[in-house]
Write a protein that binds this ligand. Structure first.
Ligand code: NAD
Ligand code: ZN
Length: 248
């Protein structure tokens, strides 16, 4: 039996699956990941949350980067990997997609919001860091690029930031608790496209395993947790999942 057949059988035998996705599931949609050659880290150093908060210049740099890369994000469409997971959710096999991604592509592939757990937030809109008010990006961009204005909250004068979790920023409590529940309740946990080095997110596969779930890692490159998985496939997500689930 080859790896595709093994994964197919594991999915057939599972009653409650959880997917855990990282930047690698979106590279086939044209969004670069962080750690592959040519990835985002080869161009930019991350901006830590405290620096964003304490320095106008860092906030300016963060918004500059955001808008410099936004066209790629906006033009991206879900790919076969996203569609395969959407199908498993629709079939009632997969109860949740825990994602580290911030691109909104799982939502756009048709997965209902309540099945998606965003551990690192979402970069397709902004929020006020004080009162949580949501803001769309287009007017922020216009004021930033036109008048050099840094966005502040109309309601409370708080600082606005894309609704993502930066390094050094607290993890979202509700999403972390939901991810924990889903992970502990599943019988098959599938990692797709994550180097599994960003904690606490990368801790979930081992939580699943300790609770008795089978662990599958599908990633182009080896990860630190490969030796702890029941099945490891080093391959491309879209083509692999198309064959496993039967989507185009
Ligand atoms: P990462 O960049 O550390 O790792 C991505 C992994 O995916 C790599 O190991 C690579 O081998 C693999 N990969 C890339 N393309 C693949 C493909 N087509 N098929 C199979 N494997 C593939 O990403 P990470 O583990 O998600 O951690 C980085 C952090 O960066 C995350 O927290 C996430 O929030 C953020 N991020 C998000 C996006 C996005 O939303 N699309 C993009 C870049 C970074
Ligand atoms: Zn506010």
């Amino acid at each position: 039996m080859d790896d595709i057949e093994r994964l197919h059988e594991m999915i057939a035998g599972a009653t409650r699956m959880v997917a855990f996705t990282g930047a690698g599931i979106s590279t086939e949609s044209g969004i670069p990941d962080f750690r592959s050659p040519g990835g985002i880290w080869t161009k930019y150093q991350p901006i830590y949350f405290d620096d964003f908060m304490s320095s106008d210049e860092m906030r300016r740099e963060a918004w500059r980067r955001k808008f410099a890369t936004d066209a790629t994000m906006q033009q991206a469409e879900p790919n076969a990997g996203h569609r395969a997971l959407a199908k498993l959710v629709e079939q009632g096999k997969m109860t949740a997609i825990i994602t580290q991604n911030i691109d909104g592509l799982h939502q756009r592939s048709g997965v209902p919001d309540q099945k998606i757990i965003e551990l690192h937030g979402n970069t397709t809109y902004a929020t006020c860091l004080d009162c949580g008010q949501r803001y769309e990006l287009a007017p922020i961009r216009k004021a930033f690029e036109g008048k050099g204005e840094l966005p502040i909250c109309e309601k409370c004068d708080g600082i606005l930031k894309t609704a993502t979790i930066s390094f050094g920023q607290a993890m979202p409590e509700i999403q972390m608790a939901r991810a924990q529940d889903e992970t502990m309740g599943c019988d098959l946990f599938i990692v797709l496209g994550s180097s599994l080095v960003v904690y606490p997110a990368a801790g979930f596969p081992q939580i699943a395993r300790r609770k008795g779930a089978k662990l599958v890692i599908l990633n182009r490159d080896p990860t630190d947790q490969d030796d702890k998985a029941d099945l490891v496939i080093h391959g491309e997500i879209g083509p692999t999942m198309s064959r496993v689930v039967g989507v185009n």
